[in-house]
Design a protein around this ligand. Structure first.
Ligand SMILES: NC(=O)c1ccc[n+]([C@@H]2O[C@H](COP(=O)([O-])OP(=O)(O)OC[C@H]3O[C@@H](n4cnc5c(N)ncnc54)[C@H](O)[C@@H]3O)[C@@H](O)[C@H]2O)c1
Ligand SMILES: O=c1ccn([C@@H]2O[C@H](COP(=O)(O)OP(=O)(O)O[C@H]3OC[C@@H](O)[C@H](O)[C@H]3O)[C@@H](O)[C@H]2O)c(=O)[nH]1
Length: 307
């Protein structure tokens, strides 16, 4: 009888969820997908979500910049699954929430294969939105301060549209993330998908790839390896943290000026008024507290004891 109905209407209704699935909903379990979960931020997010015993966490990652090592404490856990998968390919999986992080974040990595970076941002986000639409999942995109490009407004509020070079060497990431944001909002407007977009600013901490290439990890690793600190010219650029000379690893450390790449934002600082008012969010860990934690983690991994 159902098949007759299908033929007449031409559309096939989705199958009902399995009884087991229904019972899981009843217990308010959440099955959560994290793309890029083997990376720096993703693996910290996994730790956080796994703390709730009602969550099942599924990580998909192609290990371009991430590593299984970041997730070693969860491998084999009954509420955890790890899948090698590239988000530029479609993924069919039943989940309730999606945290879409997959994308290299460090400029040296995202510039390494710019076409792949764009594909990851555009096709990867399309695939994840398609999945969210199909299964009715809420989806969060980790966007970036780089959507503001080299900003002309300081500090940057969410309403600022940015100053981005569309054809430069950073565009694969900046414009890729801008398209990813557009896709998120279009899927929301057109298909009613529940979305979240977080524009993250330069984030540092333990477990960051030692050779990630970003300024905080570079300076800590260089100082621990007794190498000069590479300050990319002109050296007056700002980010939303203080300059790393605050760090007291080796007071005699040498500082050298090295060439920079084009379009490096000169000044960047978020206006967090809305985040404070709407989400009650503001950063708690001061750079002076955070850097020693990262130093400790890098010392352990590089085998450099404290003098
Ligand atoms: N760390 C920051 O300062 C920062 C700032 C702004 C935005 N973000 C965003 O947050 C997210 C995570 O950043 P992170 O610092 O943890 O970077 P990361 O490089 O440590 O993690 C990215 C993860 O995505 C995976 N990945 C990359 N391309 C993939 C693909 N095509 N398919 C599947 N997996 C893929 C990598 O292997 C890695 O595990 C990224 O989307 C990044 O753009 C980070
Ligand atoms: O060894 C280094 C590395 C970097 N730098 C400088 O430090 C500044 C910060 O550069 P980073 O490589 O840490 O990264 P950026 O802040 O430009 O962007 C990065 O972090 C913020 C996120 O929004 C982006 O996802 C990510 O690309 C730049 O001005 C860069 O020129 C150095 O002086 N020396």
């Amino acid at each position: 009888m159902a098949s007759n109905g299908e033929k007449q209407s031409g559309t096939k209704p989705p199958p009902p969820p399995s009884p087991l699935r229904n019972s899981k909903f009843f217990q308010s379990n959440m099955r959560i997908l994290i793309t890029g979960g083997a990376g720096f931020i993703g693996s910290h997010l996994v730790d956080r979500l796994m703390e709730n015993e009602k969550n099942e966490v599924i990580v998909v990652d192609n290990y371009f910049t991430g590593s299984k090592d970041n997730l070693r404490k969860w491998i084999g856990h009954p509420r955890f699954e790890l899948i090698r998968h590239d988000v530029t390919e479609p993924l069919l999986i039943e989940v309730d929430q999606i945290y879409h992080l997959a994308c290299p974040a460090s400029p040296i990595f995202y510039k390494h294969n710019p076409v792949k970076t764009i594909k990851t941002n555009v096709m990867g986000t399309l695939n994840m939105l398609g999945l969210a639409k199909r299964v009715g999942a809420r989806i969060l995109l980790t966007s970036t301060s780089e959507v503001y490009g080299d900003p002309l407004v300081h500090p940057q509020p969410e309403t600022y549209w940015g100053n981005v070079n569309p054809i430069g060497v950073r565009s694969c990431y900046d414009e890729g993330k801008r398209v990813a944001e557009t896709l998120m909002f279009d899927y929301h407007r057109q298909h009613g998908i529940e979305i979240r977009v977080a524009r993250i600013f330069n984030t540092y901490g333990p477990r960051m790839n030692i050779d990630d290439g970003r300024v905080v990890s570079n300076f800590i690793a260089q100082a621990l390896r007794d190498e000069p600190l590479t300050v990319q010219a002109p050296g007056t650029q700002t980010r939303s943290f203080c300059f790393v000379s605050d760090m007291l690893i080796n007071p005699d450390v040498k500082i050298i000026s090295v060439e920079n790449t084009p379009d490096d934002p000169r000044q960047r600082k978020p206006d967090i008024t809305s985040a404070k008012e709407l989400l009650g969010w503001e950063p708690k860990v001061k750079l002076r507290e955070g850097l020693p934690l990262m130093e400790e983690d890098f010392r352990l991994r590089l085998g450099v004891p404290k003098k």
